[in-house]
Design a protein around this ligand. Structure first.
Ligand SMILES: Cc1cc2nc3c(=O)[nH]c(=O)nc-3n(C[C@H](O)[C@H](O)[C@H](O)COP(=O)(O)OP(=O)(O)OC[C@H]3O[C@@H](n4cnc5c(N)ncnc54)[C@H](O)[C@@H]3O)c2cc1C
Length: 425
């Protein structure tokens, strides 16, 4: 149930955040377009209750701002990119220092929230990045793991089969192994929990489709809800609408974010057979991502990537027969014991991909009080709490991580309609 309550600042929450170092990152520098807004009086409207918007709303609320979170279909709705059963945390990001750094911080923040909320959200495990050939990306990855003191191994194909006889390593040279540095997140449960905590702490959730409203010069005054039936005024607006952003700001974003369909298939395992359940089965990436079965979950999850363009509002969320066939062919080869097992669950989701897999998080060029956040390129969920901190800093003070600001700048994003380059998960 979505409640409507008045906002209130919470001192103990502020101490909690201070303990985490949330208040002031040492490396923060001033970036453009953040008019001063003050705690306890300023009102921020966040549009979109997915991983980016929900974390941003909660972070701003805990810092003492009045926050309204608007979602067209509600937090955790099945159209949202964040609504899958699970999402993965991995540190392996090739040569990308800022995403590796973000993951290290994100895991700390996720763990702190598990403790604070008394709810298990993380399922730590071994992750295999399966390799058909050794590439320069592995060398870059090793260098970053060494820099940040993260444990890893490089193993050959025989060793994969030795450790996990359930896996057939045919066609592989080996794997880059993250040892206990990665995890699965109970994603759907996490979004519901964040929304719940946001309301308990005084945040207001509104169900409605928001669109940009009138402006006074470079200041947006309001958003309209549901075609103008209602309006919401605020000091600042954050449009964290993920794959809906190209529809909302077509001139600005239609060429910078490509939205494609992604089918997800879950395979059942034989009754009583625990070989495919967490923690007995690793996370597999590099081909179709494959994740263990969870006590709360639908089975062994396989993501046969390669869907076409997608309308996020109107698409039927029924898995395509051709993608079931591709998933089954893959599982029969890589995990042969599951070849004839029934499909126990499916999901249809979407990727909103931006150039180079970099997110788009920036001020809207036409306004001084509007931010956009999306283009999460199939790997944004894990970074949610860090993006929440980052966006809160952009909105309130302009003091924010310069590495993120450079990487996520709208101006640095090229046209993705012709192609893009980074794998997700
Ligand atoms: C199959 C799959 C597997 C993935 N695996 C991983 C993984 O292992 N690890 C990882 O980190 N990431 C993964 N990702 C990516 C991750 O899920 C996304 O990056 C992340 O969830 C994006 O969150 P978001 O908040 O940007 O968007 P969304 O979750 O899509 O949220 C946007 C919200 O905005 C709302 N909205 C839109 N328009 C309006 C409007 N006009 N008014 C009001 N509300 C509106 C929508 O209802 C929605 O709730 C995966 C994605 C998919 C599809």
């Amino acid at each position: 149930m979505i409640e409507h309550r008045a906002n209130s600042a919470n001192g103990s929450r502020r101490s909690f955040l201070k303990g985490l170092g949330v208040a002031a990152a040492a490396s923060a520098t001033k970036v453009a377009a953040a008019p001063a807004i003050s705690r306890n009086s300023a009102h921020v409207v966040v549009i979109g209750a997915g991983a980016f918007g929900a974390w941003t709303a909660l972070t701003l609320l805990e810092q003492g701002y009045k926050v309204t979170l608007v979602d067209a279909y509600g937090p955790g709705n099945p159209r949202a990119t964040s609504s899958g059963e699970t999402r993965q945390i991995r540190h392996a990001y090739g040569a990308s220092d800022h995403f590796t750094r973000s993951t290290i911080r994100a895991i700390k923040l996720w763990r702190a929230r598990e403790q604070e909320w008394g709810q298990k959200l993380l399922y730590p495990g071994i992750r295999f990045a399966m390799q058909k050939a050794w590439t320069p990306r592995i060398e870059a990855q090793k260098a970053l793991f060494d820099k940040y003191g993260l444990k890893y191994e490089i193993i050959d194909a025989q060793e994969i089969a030795h450790r996990y006889p359930q896996i057939n390593p045919e066609g592989l040279v080996g794997a880059f192994v993250e040892n206990e540095a990665s995890a699965m997140i109970a994603a759907h449960a996490a979004i519901l929990r964040i929304a719940d905590e946001f309301q308990k702490k005084g945040g207001k959730i509104v169900l409605g489709r928001a669109m940009p409203g009138t402006a006074s010069g470079r200041k947006m005054d309001m958003v309209t809800l549901d075609g103008g039936k209602e309006t919401l005024t605020a000091d600042s607006f954050v449009f964290a609408c993920g794959p809906w952003l190209p529809k909302m700001f077509p001139q600005l974003l239609a060429s910078k974010i490509k939205v494609t369909r992604c089918d997800v298939v879950y395979f059942g395992s034989p009754a009583g057979d625990k070989r495919f359940m967490w923690p007995n089965f690793p996370q597999l990436n590099g081909e179709f991502s494959t994740y263990p079965s969870f006590p709360f979950g639908g089975g062994v999850k396989v993501i046969p990537v390669g869907g076409g363009d997608m309308d996020v509002d109107d698409a039927e969320r029924i898995v395509a027969p051709d993608q079931v066939r591709r998933a089954r062919e893959y599982i029969a080869k890589r995990v042969p014991a599951l070849a004839d097992m029934p499909i126990t669950k499916d999901e249809v989701c979407q990727f909103d991909t931006a150039a180079g897999g970099e997110f788009i998080i920036d001020a809207h060029p036409d306004y001084d009080n509007v931010w956009i956040a999306g283009g999460s390129s199939a790997h944004g969920f894990k970074h949610g709490p860090v993006i929440g901190e980052y966006l809160a800093a952009r909105v309130t003070s302009g003091e924010a991580d310069p590495g993120f600001t450079k990487a996520f700048a709208l101006a640095s994003h090229t046209d993705v309609t012709a192609g893009y380059g980074m794998s997700g998960g």
